[in-house]
Design a protein around this ligand. Structure first.
Ligand SMILES: *Cc1c(COP(=O)(O)O)cnc(C)c1O
Length: 375
């Protein structure tokens, strides 16, 4: 028998989350008197650990898919996706341009080196591109001073038949926690791109789910939002849970108890003896550890569900096992199901908070050795 651990991926929940985001955008569009933006469903990092093929199946209603690995983009085409695909980092070397051409991929253009590579490129069909502006993230994109010259170079590539439709793009650093910083980035975007033709793309999940944000951009051009994490049922906001946002967990990481024991007062648990029992108690060993992608920094008290009852992790997480407090689950025995996060257990965001990280990291880090079950 295989080790009793698995990650269940729910296609209906993925589709539900996309629908929930689209409906919220519809309402914001009605309020603003304009059509809702198109959605690039972001499926980078193997669809945040949920599997590219699953994402392609579940996100059929999205207008486009966005990711950054060329191989993943090709896999989307091979899985039958015929709509637009955006490469969030664009291409990395001249040979990649032939792949963009062959698989009809939309590229981001964020640096002069990419524009230089386009200068000598030949394509069968011109390629769609978004020219990225750095409005205050200091990651990818042309600076405000260089942006318009970069855009003109892209227009020259368009005139040469290398590029097709051009768009304008930026990325927000604090859409989840600082409206003023975001407002400033949007102002920079509007100022620098003013009068340049093309579609607009700015919003990650937090910005997409902030009412009124996308509609604050002048409405002359088609807009594309880029939600990622919310589609997987994790919240982009620290103070607002995924369920409050109407989102459903798309991944449930579950395992079973493989050992149950009673320990006396004073017994210490696990490596480093980080937890010591104050009174006699029952504990259970769960077939999940950091080699499965469960965070090693999840401290005593991290929520976990055993037999449908919420309890806590005790002591340090080992490579292949962790220990749960069975005090509130006296009926638990070897074989009792355990939910680490997801449907019937704590949210991935609660576990992430207890481990000092974010849901994104946990979803992406589920190990290859954990079998995925698709429902
Ligand atoms: C990852 C990413 C997104 C999606 O971000 P979420 O916070 O997961 O919604 C959008 N745009 C870019 C450029 C990204 O890298």
């Amino acid at each position: 028998m295989p080790r009793p651990i698995s990650a269940t991926i729910s296609l209906p929940s993925l589709s539900h989350n996309l629908r929930t985001v689209a409906q919220q955008l519809d309402r914001a569009g009605v309020a603003a008197g304009r059509p809702r933006p198109n959605i690039w469903a972001v499926i980078k990092a193997d669809a945040y650990g949920h599997g590219i093929n699953n994402a392609v199946r579940a996100f059929g209603q999205a207008e486009g898919l966005a990711m950054l690995d060329l191989d993943e983009a090709v896999r989307c085409r091979e899985a039958g996706w015929t709509g637009p695909i955006l490469l969030l980092e664009g291409f990395f070397e001249p040979a990649d341009i032939a792949i963009l051409d062959r698989y009809r991929l939309t590229t981001t253009l964020h640096c002069q080196e990419q524009l230089d590579m386009l200068r000598s490129a030949r394509v069968a069909d011109p390629i769609d591109a978004f020219v990225k502006l750095d409005t205050g993230m200091s990651r990818l994109g042309f600076g405000a001073a260089d942006y318009r010259a970069a855009y003109e170079q892209a227009q020259a590539a368009q005139a040469r038949g290398v590029l097709n439709a051009l768009g304008k793009m930026t990325h927000l650093a604090r859409a989840d926690d600082d409206p003023l910083a975001t407002q400033h980035q949007l102002q920079v975007f509007n100022q620098v791109t003013q009068g340049l033709p093309g579609k607009v793309s700015l919003c990650n999940s937090a910005a997409t789910l902030t009412p009124g944000l996308w509609a604050s951009i002048p409405d002359s051009q088609e807009q594309w939002v880029r939600p990622g994490i919310c589609l997987y049922g994790s919240s982009p906001f620290a103070g607002l849970s995924a369920s409050e946002l109407g989102l459903r967990p798309a991944m449930t990481l579950s395992a079973r108890l493989i050992s149950v024991r009673s320990i006396p007062a004073g017994a210490a648990v696990g490596y480093g003896h980080l937890f010591t029992a104050a009174q006699p108690m029952r504990i259970g060993v769960v077939a999940c550890g950091y080699a499965d992608g469960y965070p090693r920094h999840a401290a005593t008290g991290t929520p976990i569900a055993v037999g449908g009852v919420r309890t806590r992790v005790l002591g340090r997480v080992s490579m292949d096992m962790l220990v749960a407090d069975l005090t509130p689950v006296p009926q638990a025995q070897v074989g009792t199901p355990v939910v680490l996060w997801g449907e019937g257990g704590p949210s991935v965001d609660e576990v992430a908070l207890a481990a000092g990280t974010i849901g994104y990291e946990l979803l992406c880090a589920v190990a290859a050795r954990v079998p995925k079950i698709v429902i």
